[in-house]
Design a protein around this ligand. Structure first.
Ligand code: NCD
Ligand code: ZN
Ligand code: ZN
Length: 343
């Protein structure tokens, strides 16, 4: 196969930050993807419908004239999010989900939820109006081993939550373990997961390949090879509960190459090349269109994009850095060659 054409894909998990930084990174996504879920973990967080709509306007203002890219907005769930805010979000028609960051779990999660069961009325309102809960699925208890935090979240928080709210829809974001694959497969209808390119391509050895590799550090952290294999199997299985979400999470170069480096891998420009590489290595390139272009819209109740994207088999070397506002950001795979590129 020398080329592959698929319905234009969407990115169901993306960080674009704000201001000049957003203008630099969103352009890469908008050149390839039709729509993207813009994650709300800004400082301060996007925790009201009014803030989400204003953020959407700022995102649209960065796009070139004629761009048809659509930013899909998400509210950041806090201890103070009310059922009325949920209803306002739904009524806007532009907010597609609400995001749970356990307080302290990841980048800009300080305003996240400290006690989830206190939010039952808010979660009940989400189930009622049909807004899915997107979760960063890791417990924050520092005594739990970092490699076990996802599995612990699913057992101790997600499972009881789904039982308390039997019609609440949920996406377990950026899954990293065989445990998460099994959890989603065994769950009742309405539970799905996104999978990133880095978790399909790398295992935790990549964090220490000849030395500490800050550009391979994201949360949830890379896991053992057995988990990577389970994710690849899920992504290429044709099961509609597993779909594309890059979790492209740009941080300025100096904030990652630091004594306490930030978590996040930047993949917006070449995400489709990375996914194509992973799917091809698994002998399942034919499964890429469903994963990248069809299963996400089906979960969110949106149409598949009408236009297409073509990837061609052509060696392409990933740049060492991209502009990021006043700074630069180092992409995943920097300086290395990939076998596929967007035509
Ligand atoms: C994300 C970020 O930088 O915003 N980082 C990451 O490592 N994935 C936050 C997140 O998705 O957890
Ligand atoms: Zn996260
Ligand atoms: Zn993320």
């Amino acid at each position: 196969m020398t080329s592959i054409t698929l319905p234009r894909p969407d990115d169901w998990h993306l960080h674009v930050r704000d201001g000049a930084a957003m203008a630099s990174v969103l352009a890469h996504t908008a050149a390839v993807f039709g729509r993207a879920i813009l994650m709300p973990n800004l400082k301060p967080p996007i925790d009201t419908t009014a803030k989400a709509l204003a953020y959407r306007e700022r995102a649209l203002a960065t796009l070139p004239a004629g761009s048809t890219f659509q930013p899909l907005m998400v509210l950041y769930l806090t201890d103070a999010t009310t059922p009325d805010e949920v209803r306002a979000a739904k009524a806007s028609g532009l907010v597609h989900a609400i995001k749970l960051y356990p307080a302290g779990a990841t980048t800009n999660s300080d305003h996240g939820v400290s006690q989830l069961d206190r939010l039952d009325p808010t979660l009940a309102a989400m189930a009622e109006v049909g807004l899915p809960l997107l979760v960063h699925g890791e417990v924050t208890d520092p005594s739990v081993d970092i490699f076990d935090r996802e599995a612990a979240f699913l057992d101790t928080i997600a499972e009881p939550l789904l039982e308390r709210h039997p019609t609440l829809r949920m996406v377990v974001e950026h899954i990293t373990t065989a445990d998460a694959v099994a959890f989603v497969k065994a769950a009742r209808p309405g539970v799905a997961a996104t999978i990133t390119p880095q978790h399909l391509l790398l295992n935790r050895n990549a964090l220490f390949e000849g030395g500490v590799r800050p550009h391979h550090y994201c949360l949830p952290v890379l896991k053992r090879e057995v988990h990577r294999q389970a994710l690849l199997q899920a992504a290429t299985s044709g099961d509609p509960r597993f779909f594309l979400g890059t979790d492209s999470a740009p941080h300025a170069k100096h904030t990652k190459e630091a004594a306490c480096g930030c978590a996040g891998c930047f993949t917006a420009p070449h995400a489709m090349s990375l996914y194509a590489t992973a799917f091809e290595d698994a002998g399942a390139l034919d499964k890429l269109p469903d994963f990248a272009s069809r299963f996400g819209p089906a979960f969110y109740g949106l149409p598949v994009n009408a236009d297409t994207l073509t990837l061609v088999r052509e060696p392409w070397t990933v740049p060492d850095a991209y502009t990021f506002g006043e700074d630069v950001v180092v992409p995943l795979w920097a300086g290395k060659t990939l076998g596929w590129r967007v035509a």
